[in-house]
Design a protein around this ligand. Sequence first.
Ligand SMILES: [Zn+2]
Length: 211
Amino acid sequence: MENKQYKEISLFGLINISLIGTTSLNFKNIKKFILTNISKQLFSNIDIIYLYDLKDSETKAYYDSGMIVINLPLIKDDKDFIKTLLHELIHSQLDVIKNSNTIEMVIQEYLRKRGKVLNKLLTYNNSDPKFNSNYANLEYDQEFESYLKDKITYQIVYPVSHIYFPSPYAISSIDEYLCIGFEIYLLENKSWLEEFCPELYKLIENTIGGI
Ligand SMILES: [Zn+2]
C-alpha cells in the first residue's frame, strides 16, 4: 500500500505521471509494463499525466491538449490503469490515425454496424426522435450516449451489439470505436478484432508502426 500524498513517476525520462492522493496501484509494475509494451511514440503528444481525485465526476479519464487526467478513485487496479492510459494515448494520436488512407472504410464499417445495432434496439426506444436522427452521426453526443447507457441500459445494449462492437461505449462515436479498437488490439484480443471489425483491424495493423 502506497501512502504518499504526492508522487512523480518519470516515463522515458520525458513524461511525468503526477500522482496526488493515495492509491494501492503498483507503479513499479505499471512502469515496467509501459516501458516494455507501449511504444514511446504513443506519448509524443503528451507533456504530463495527472492522476488524482476528480471529486464527484463520472469521468474516468480525459485527454486535453498535451495533458492526460485520470480520475484515481475510478481506477480498479494496475491493469485498469494501463487500459485507461492507453485509451487516452490513442485519443492523443487520433489526428494521425484518422489521416490513414483506409479511414473511410472504417467509417463505413462503423456506420453499418451502428445502423444494425440501432435497428435491433428499435423496440426499446419508442420512436424517440433523438434516437432516430442518430443513425449517421459520427461524433460523440452526450445525450445519445446516456440514452444507450442509462435509459436503454448497457445490459440490453451489450447482447445486441457484442458481435459488432468491442464494447457498448464503442458505439458512441467513431473516435471511441477507434480508441477501443486499439485498446483491444494492444492489450486484449487481436483475433476477435480481426474477425468482427476487419476494417478497423486493417487500419490498426497499417498505423501501429507509425505511431
Ligand atoms: Zn475515449
